[in-house]
Ligand binder design. Sequence first.
Ligand SMILES: Cc1cc2nc3c(=O)[nH]c(=O)nc-3n(C[C@H](O)[C@H](O)[C@H](O)COP(=O)(O)OP(=O)(O)OC[C@H]3O[C@@H](n4cnc5c(N)ncnc54)[C@H](O)[C@@H]3O)c2cc1C
Length: 461
Amino acid sequence: MGDLIDQLREGLPAEAVLTDPDVTASYARDMAGFCPAGSPAAVVLPRTTEQVQHVMRTATALRVPVVPQGARTGLSGAANATDGCIVLSLVKMDRILEIDPVERIAVAEPGVVNAVLSRAVAEQGLYYPPDPSSWEQCTIGGNIGTASGGLCCVKYGVTAEYVLGLDVVLADGRLLTTGRRTAKGVAGYDLTRLFVGSEGTLGIVVRAVLALKPAPPQQLALAAEFPSVAAACEAVRRIMADGHAPSLLELMDATTVRAVNSMARMGLPETTEALLLAAFDTPDPAPALAAVGELCAAAGATQVVPAEDAAESDLLLQARRLSLPALERLRPATMIDDVCVPRSRLAAMLDGTAAIAREHGLTIGVVAHAGDGNTHPVVCFDPADPDESRRALESFHRIMALGLELGGTITGEHGVGLLKKEWLAREAGPVALEVQRGIKAVLDPLGLLNPGKVLDLPAAE
Ligand SMILES: Cc1cc2nc3c(=O)[nH]c(=O)nc-3n(C[C@H](O)[C@H](O)[C@H](O)COP(=O)(O)OP(=O)(O)OC[C@H]3O[C@@H](n4cnc5c(N)ncnc54)[C@H](O)[C@@H]3O)c2cc1C
């Protein structure tokens, strides 16, 4: 331990190496429940690529595991410390290095907060679409680590579609540059994509070249109230089948609507069983909004309320962004599922989730990126009650099983981390797992990078 701290300090300023156990303990975990977290030997906060390389060379020389972290808003335990590890927090590498309107790219360090980048590019008439609800906290490095999504993905796609190139410090400290700055490029294997969603298990992202779009017009939204979740899902099916391209298509169930009202007094309609929010960011969104309103009515909506202006649309969006924090207030703890199913199976997924909640005697609020088929059932429980905790864990797993039965995936955007490792094995199958382990062995032969996350590596752990 003494050796480790001394060697880390040889290449880092004193204030960048934290060892006070009270301080290091505060870096032990992300926001996922039910995931073990160990005690780090040290937390390091590098400001340069060279300092990250020094950390990785030291870790390799001394065989110490390294857990990369962004803002720790992750929901799968992927940023949780292991005993004796170095927590490598990238939050101080937070410079936007370049915004280029001609190439339509931004170059950013990993600690840049998503909303900070979005606002900076907006000042130049540009748009960085990936917008997780946690955008005011989460970092570009964490977004790349988890391949995160957000509200606008139904039209613009997820983080993976916007990462053109990366600088990555490998486990042994070498610097790998992947990808391109050009609009096109197919030279060699797509190593960039390999690192997106790798949850810090393959290398440390220290710089990212990100694609930008021209800023679209301000979006205008509508809210539609439905007598059942199934009717709202039918509206989603009709909207997508009719060829519309909403910039947002989100669903909140009755539990979520009430939770948001009780937290933020938003005045959302409490009699509805499901609230569907749809928005368009085209120059004249009125005709598309009217058509979608009609489709909602045909699917059984009892009320369709278009926002009067951009400010009212923003309020609806804000209500949606508050859903997870609001549901988290219902019970002392929550587990947040992230199952993504084909859009045509969304109603079956949500009805099945409600049945699982009833069978287990639990509150499970559901908020969904409905246009993507990506549901977030939030299992609310009291960890001090062993029976309730057992039921919560059981229902969390039943929801993933249901997602797979319906042809979906166990994670649309939150990643595997610690929480869903056994489910990855079920979803991917033995051949895919073997290939993934092979890739891990090439890039991290000593198994030092974020050990125990995503895949189990029997030989290294
Ligand atoms: C209220 C709330 C709402 C949320 N809404 C959404 C949502 O709408 N969509 C969505 O996708 N997610 C959402 N999330 C989950 C979370 O915010 C995202 O997963 C986010 O991308 C995590 O970013 P972070 O900076 O907090 O990363 P962390 O949680 O610190 O890390 C996430 C993963 O990335 C790895 N990592 C971090 N930085 C690096 C790096 N530089 N190099 C290599 N690996 C790295 C870590 O090891 C870890 O595996 C939400 C979370 C909360 C709490």
